[in-house]
Design a protein around this ligand. Structure first.
Ligand SMILES: Nc1ncnc2c1ncn2[C@@H]1O[C@H](COP(=O)(O)OP(=O)(O)OP(=O)(O)O)[C@@H](O)[C@H]1O
Length: 796
């Protein structure tokens, strides 16, 4: 019990709720709203296999059950179909149904955004929502079917997911899945957009992690003639491949065969023909041969060549070019390498790196890496384009629901990697910070602004208000633009105006001659080494290591900044990435160049932005808002600046989402390694969550930090104190006029506000349950309908 006489004790004790509040479906309805009560509610619900809990009208909390639950099926879909938000229990289907219902009644675009740490269940919930919407609404002319949807997942997962320290099947790209509906509320078209694919992963061999699944599935899964055609029949697994890990257990190989068969079948279901499939396999097999080819120096010179010419020859053959061309494009003409004195005219328009004087600082292996990354990115773009071709139609659509899945928040140290997070992790975490800021704006800033505009007083505890934690300071530290136009009055202002975010600093440092990771860190701490920023950023003891206090300090991440300057440099890697694109478009093999030239020009193509390039970018057919948004930041895109592209791509995504009615699904990790549940404990996966649920399974400090990082308490508290639903005065009067037969307004109504106030008095509404603003009435309108029904029942 709180000790009222002792303020100190009081401030450390959170009041418990009476037992009738146990297992509440929406934490907004807790009588005493505090962190402990939220945790208690989530824990109790999880113990009963209730993994979903509402946190206000637009947020659902879902805890990863780490085991399959029988709560997703067509029968369950039927229970939710046609329901209104207030009639449904918390469930991922209810979020999808509310979005659909709201879209039909307002004709406004909706979006569902999945937030959370890696392994928390974003992709799983993203898929359940999509499946719900498709099953509940159907599609015109079977433009999208459950079979197609499953096939899309199989294909995208193979090309864009991999095993990481935190998830056996981690998504490494951001995906916007747009369902476009016609007048009748049926899906008339659909499309995907791929953003920020972590394509550099294709060349990385990280301990305990894998490359994209498709590589292993192809290398170990393809059989028969095709295996021979791809020159994989002599693969022993003992090759010294510079990019791929080829060691596999025998049983894994069998699994790969099955998985590879599934990819092919899924592609066929999406209308991707055998010819196109073969092209994709040829390019991927070429990547493997390029990894075998490697690079070494020509004698004592500074020039490079393929270390293993036979592998280079195979790669060239599969790509529809010659080994000489491949060598020229990769290492440059003057590299000697494989260029013969009588080499024919260069068929490629691509200049070699040496033609452009770009070879400085580029090692042979880096050049090869760039090429492989470029080729892989093109393959991914082509796959996305072919998927879009299969699910889009040129019918008139009225409004859309966008579902957004992203790579989750990355903190490899929580699963045992102590060497520090990478530059790519930083980019993923920056995106998560921006999405959390979007949540902050939608649920905390915007409602308060509206109360102010409407002149509605709410009883916000000022103390709580001051304490409100905010993602903005860290987002600023990462991406703030220098303010050249600020009126400066003091030295301090001058310093503040000149201070720019880490991504900008990294971008600038990358183009200074003689700069390195150390000089970048020195600059970073010149900008952010003061006491004000110590809570956000500090040096770590290790070489080139820093700690960023992410998500309002709830998730400190140790980063290893070695190699970051190279990662963010425009050249040399980008040059080779572009070379990869040209190789495919100018291939001697008709099938290859046809596929990659058409992939660029397909009408409803994907927007395939990425960490490195936004090649192949085309906007969606209907979503004109998306078209407008993603043309922003073209300067950075032209410059091929990796850091700035990341910022502008995220700007574009956030802007797109802002224009829609947003719903958030905050996915929660019950354990740091919940994403590894499939391999960690197959037995565990067989058991229902209820039998597992004690504090050994539900890590309470981890849960607490996610609730804090997700700003759940602040958001729910504001909803509880405020008046979250609202209607314009005129509409309110028209809609509820019938409920107050005794109310006779003077006609014409000159003062809408007064008329509404009179009507509410006539309705005898509880005055604390609503507020009449300058242009809106805010309150809970269901209670009006509820009391009216009650009145009628009593009378009748
Ligand atoms: N609702 C659920 N029911 C059953 N299992 C689940 C559920 N949600 C998550 N899981 C399990 O957790 C694993 C990780 O989930 P998922 O891949 O969806 O996480 P994620 O948040 O998308 O991760 P990342 O950000 O790394 O892509 C899944 O492979 C699955 O085994």
């Amino acid at each position: 019990m709180p000790d009222k006489d002792n303020q100190l004790t009081h401030s450390y004790i959170e009041t418990a709720n009476p037992t009738q509040f146990d297992r509440l479906e929406d934490i907004t309805n807790l009588r005493y709203l505090n962190e402990s009560s939220i945790l208690h509610t989530l824990r109790q619900r999880y113990a009963s296999n209730l993994i979903h809990t509402n946190a206000g009208s637009n947020t659902l909390l879902v805890i990863n059950p780490m085991a399959p639950l029988a709560i997703y099926s067509e029968k369950v879909v039927a229970l939710f179909k046609g329901c209104k938000s207030e009639d449904m229990p918390p469930h991922i289907y209810s979020v999808a149904q509310s979005a659909y219902h709201n879209m039909l009644s307002t004709r406004k675009d909706q979006s569902i955004l999945f937030l959370g740490r890696s392994g928390s269940g974003k992709t799983t919930n993203f898929r359940h929502s999509l499946q719900y919407l498709l099953t509940a609404t159907g599609s015109v002319n079977k433009v999208l079917t459950v079979e197609k949807l499953t096939s899309i997942w199989t294909v995208l997962e193979s090309f864009g997911n991999c095993k990481t320290m935190t998830n056996t099947n981690a998504t490494r790209f951001t995906q916007i899945f747009s369902l476009d509906f016609d007048q009748t509320g049926t899906i008339a078209s659909a499309s995907i957009q791929i953003l920020m694919l972590e394509k550099s992963r294709i060349t990385k061999r990280l301990e305990g992690e894998s490359s994209f699944h498709v590589i292993q599935r192809l290398l170990f899964g393809v059989e028969g003639n095709l295996r021979k055609e791809l020159f994989l029949d002599q693969m022993t697994g003992n090759e010294n491949n510079v990019f791929f890990n080829l060691h596999q257990k025998h049983e894994d190989k069998q699994r790969m065969q099955v998985e590879f068969g599934k990819i092919c079948a899924s592609m066929s279901a999406l209308g991707i023909g055998e010819v196109e499939q073969k092209v994709l396999w040829s390019v991927l097999a070429a990547l493997y041969h390029l990894g075998n080819a490697g690079a070494n120096k020509v004698g004592n010179s500074s020039r490079y060549q393929f270390a293993n010419p036979q592998s280079a020859q195979r790669a060239a053959h599969l790509l529809g070019t010659t080994a000489e061309e491949l060598s020229r494009v990769t290492f440059g003409l003057s590299s000697g390498g494989m260029v013969t004195p009588n080499a024919p005219r260069q068929p490629f328009r691509t200049p070699s790196p040496t033609d452009r004087g770009l070879e400085r600082d580029v090692s042979g292996l880096e050049a090869l890496e760039g090429l492989v990354i470029g080729l892989y990115a093109e393959v991914f773009n082509a796959v996305a384009s072919m998927i879009n071709k299969s699910i889009s139609a040129s019918t008139y659509t009225v409004s859309s629901i966008l579902l957004v899945d992203t790579p989750g928040f990355q903190n490899p140290a929580t699963c045992g990697r102590q060497t520090g997070a990478s530059f790519e992790d930083l980019c993923h975490n920056y995106l998560q910070e921006r999405l959390q800021l979007l949540y902050h704006h939608t649920n905390l800033v915007a409602p308060k602004d509206r109360y102010l505009q409407e002149n509605i007083d709410i009883d916000l505890d000022e103390h709580e208000h001051d304490n409100l934690i905010n993602p903005l300071p860290l987002v600023n530290l990462l991406d703030k633009t220098a303010q050249n136009t600020v009126v400066r009055t003091s030295q301090n202002d001058l310093h503040e105006a000149d201070r720019r975010g880490m991504l900008w600093l990294l971008d600038e440092e990358a183009i200074y001659p003689g700069s390195n990771d150390e000089s970048f860190l020195e600059r970073l701490f010149t900008h952010y080494g003061d006491r004000d920023h110590q809570l956000l950023l500090r040096k770590a003891p290790g070489n080139n290591q820093i700690i960023l206090q992410h998500l309002q300090g709830t998730n400190p991440v140790l980063y290893n900044c070695s190699g970051w300057l190279k990662c963010s440099r425009e050249n040399p890697i980008c040059y080779h990435i572009r070379a990869g694109v040209t190789i495919l478009q100018e291939s001697h093999r008709d099938d290859i160049n046809k596929l990659f030239v058409t992939a660029k020009g397909i009408g409803a193509s994907s927007f395939s932005g990425s960490l490195v390039g936004i090649e192949g970018s085309q906007s969606l057919r209907r979503a004109s808002s998306i078209r407008r948004t993603f043309t922003a930041g073209t300067a950075a895109i032209k410059r091929k600046s990796i850091c700035l592209q990341t910022k502008f791509t995220v700007d574009g995504l956030v802007e797109t989402l802002r224009r829609t009615k947003l719903r958030f699904v905050q996915c929660v990790l019950p354990q740091h390694n919940a994403g590894l549940c499939e391999i960690n404990s197959p037995l565990l996966a067989m058991k229902p969550a209820s039998t597992l649920n004690d504090d050994g399974i539900l890590n309470i400090p981890l849960l607490r930090s996610q609730i804090r990082g997700g700003q759940i308490l602040d958001s729910v508290r504001l909803q509880k104190l405020g008046f979250p639903s609202f209607l314009p005065l005129g509409e309110f009067r028209r809609r509820f006029r019938l409920l107050a037969p005794d109310y006779k307004p003077t006609t014409p109504v000159l003062d809408e506000r007064k008329a509404v106030e009179d009507m509410l008095l006539a309705l005898d509404m509880e005055m604390t349950s609503y507020r009449v603003g300058l242009s809106q009435v805010r309150g809970c309108f269901y209670s009006i309908v509820g009391s009216f029904t009650f009145l009628q029942t009593k009378k009748g």
